[in-house]
Design a protein around this ligand. Structure first.
Ligand code: ZN
Length: 257
């Protein structure tokens, strides 16, 4: 009886031990699994959905004035973006996305794939569905995600101080209510308005040039003296004349307010 009990206890503790190991392993993977887990090292010449997921997260590191294509093809521009990301976080800067790079990205993201310092709710105070804009709800949401990763990169470059979002996605109804232009990038989900403090509006407009924003409107541009607007429009339009950003002061057709 005692012998049997001992054996039972031994078996039990073995089960407990292996369960504990299982839990540890699961917990370790879950941190990454909550959103997206990379299954292989990524380097130049490779392609796939895993590359595209990487590009979304390093979209804020394209180099001054550049925009990184989110196309799933790991070319020289993606390699440069990975290097800049690695440098920004003190990692070995080899342009190859391996465990160290992935672990840093895991630490920077929430379970819904948004970077830790920004959220879908923050990027959309219009509705909860992302519907009613100029693109599908899924596209608007995906566009907002890329803008959030760009903002996360900019936030880090500016000393990890808060960046205040005052407006993001707008449905056509929400856009009309605030007097936005019918082609405003806020209807596409990639536009974000930023408020001053702790950074000045000019600091934000100037920094945005380095983090993949094709659209920048700020102080000195009509109706932009109280916020800095950034977006992911197809071709570059920068104008924050009071900050030395761009130069045009005439209104752009893609303008919002
Ligand atoms: Zn705006």
């Amino acid at each position: 009886m005692r012998r049997m009990l001992t054996r039972t206890l031994a078996t039990l503790s073995l089960v407990v031990a292996s369960t504990a190991v299982g839990l540890v392993v699961t917990a370790g993977a879950a941190q990454a699994d909550g959103c997206y887990t990379w299954g292989r090292q990524l380097s130049q010449g490779m392609s796939g959905e895993d590359v595209r997921q990487l590009q979304i997260r390093v979209a804020g590191y394209p180099g001054s004035g550049a925009v990184l294509g989110i196309d799933g093809a790991f070319g020289p521009a993606t390699r440069s973006a990975v290097i800049r990301f690695q440098q920004a976080y003190g990692l070995a800067a080899d342009g190859i996305a391996g465990p160290n790079t992935f672990n840093r990205l895991y630490a920077l993201q929430d379970d819904d794939c948004t970077p830790v310092n920004f959220s879908y709710a923050e990027l959309n105070n219009c509705n909860s569905t992302w519907a009613g804009g100029n693109v599908s709800a899924a596209t608007a949401r995906a566009n907002a995600l890329v803008s959030m990763w760009k903002l996360q990169a900019m936030r880090h470059a500016l000393g990890d101080l808060q960046i205040r979002v005052t407006s993001g996605f707008r449905s056509q109804a929400c856009n009309a209510a605030v007097g936005g232009a019918t082609s405003s990038r806020h209807l596409y989900g990639d536009a974000v308005d930023l408020g001053a403090s702790p950074h000045s509006l000019c600091t934000l407009a100037q920094a945005a040039r380095n983090h993949g924003f094709a659209g920048i409107l700020g102080p000195g541009y009509p109706d932009h003296n109280d916020h800095t607007h950034v977006d992911g429009r197809p071709s570059r339009f920068w104008s924050a004349p009071n900050c030395g950003v761009g130069g045009r002061t005439m209104r752009d057709p893609l303008d919002d307010n």
